[in-house]
Design a protein around this ligand. Sequence first.
Ligand SMILES: NC(=O)c1ccc[n+]([C@@H]2O[C@H](COP(=O)([O-])OP(=O)(O)OC[C@H]3O[C@@H](n4cnc5c(N)ncnc54)[C@H](O)[C@@H]3O)[C@@H](O)[C@H]2O)c1
Length: 382
Amino acid sequence: MNREDEDRLSVSPGGGKDKERGNGNGAAPRRPWPWRRLSPPSRRGRERVLITGGAGFIGSHLAEELLKRGNEVLIIDDLSTGSLDNLAHLRGDPNLRCVIDAVENESVLAELVDRCDTIFHLAAVVGVKLIMEAPIRTIASNIRGTEAVLHQASKKGRRVVLASTSEVYGKSARVPFREDEAMVIGPSAIRRWGYACSKAAGEFLALAYFHEHGLPVTVLRFFNTTGPRQTGVYGMLVPRFVRAALRGEPLEIYGDGLQTRCFSFVGDVIGAVIEVAAARHTIGEVYNVGSDEEITVAELAERVVALCDSSSPIVHVPYGEVYSQGFEDMRRRVPDLSKIRQAIGYKPEYDLDLILSAVAAYESNRMRARERLAPDAAAQPV
Ligand SMILES: NC(=O)c1ccc[n+]([C@@H]2O[C@H](COP(=O)([O-])OP(=O)(O)OC[C@H]3O[C@@H](n4cnc5c(N)ncnc54)[C@H](O)[C@@H]3O)[C@@H](O)[C@H]2O)c1
């Protein structure tokens, strides 16, 4: 990719519609996170990182913090679920370049990998709703994209941090989940497990590159990460519940609501991502990242309604009505965090109350801004 091509492909983020989102951090109290520059520094004296999926929810927060730490950030994102709006507040930063393309496009990817020191591979088809609606795209894109990233990284000997998911534990009843335990994936006739398998295949491939070619890679299994900028459109629970509560609409619980989840704040998670990337002893390892504060989905709905001082009803919808067929849920999803605690001293700072406050503050600011700009449009679902 020559300079002219790069200019053509690169965008100055900020042309989007949602500039009113501000810096996207909500209003909850926030302590500074103990981030440091990635090391070792490159010859130019600063680290150049590539974030695949950098216009997404987690990727945009990661980009923001890496820029704050003085790094150069390259992004590749096809904007399938992400948005340049997530990067709008970074507009004009000379250390940010964003290429709109799919990671499967290996010629573009190769140029970007060539220019970076570390790769954070976050690009993936994500969200239960999408996975149920587009299973072929989910499986094919996740596997091909990860293969392309690992192949290019291996050719250039780049450091890689790979985003995986708690979904790979599948239906395991051995809670809390430890990294060295079996994955208990459901049958292939149940579409939902296609996502877990695509991410598990990425893990196997990453560790194969580590063992066969010495690729310095670390796998991180994220557990329900949430915070400002996460969209509820693809089924993510916290933004979906908070938006419904703020609008006085019903909070829809799929199933009996007794399934449990643990929610972690995006700032805590990306702090761990950066620490892991900076450490050598994490190479070739798999870590859970998240929170172990367990809550049922029904309790979560009640907490959100109370926090938002909302009169929204809480209703139950059978899985069959939401996903038609081919769906099974995980009953409990709790990480064992001892491995990552030991590796990097991981200690999340945000508990669930702080997380919900941050998301509620962000969403209500966003709704107010939409109302000011277009009162009629604000009444439409987002
Ligand atoms: N948010 C969570 O709770 C959670 C939990 C477990 C795992 N993860 C993992 O974290 C990563 C980031 O997730 P997120 O929550 O920020 O979701 P997101 O949808 O906001 O981010 C994914 C980004 O990747 C981009 N993308 C998708 N396919 C692409 C492709 N082929 N080429 C280029 N860009 C592509 C999307 O446009 C989007 O910007 C994913 O790998 C996901 O599997 C997230």
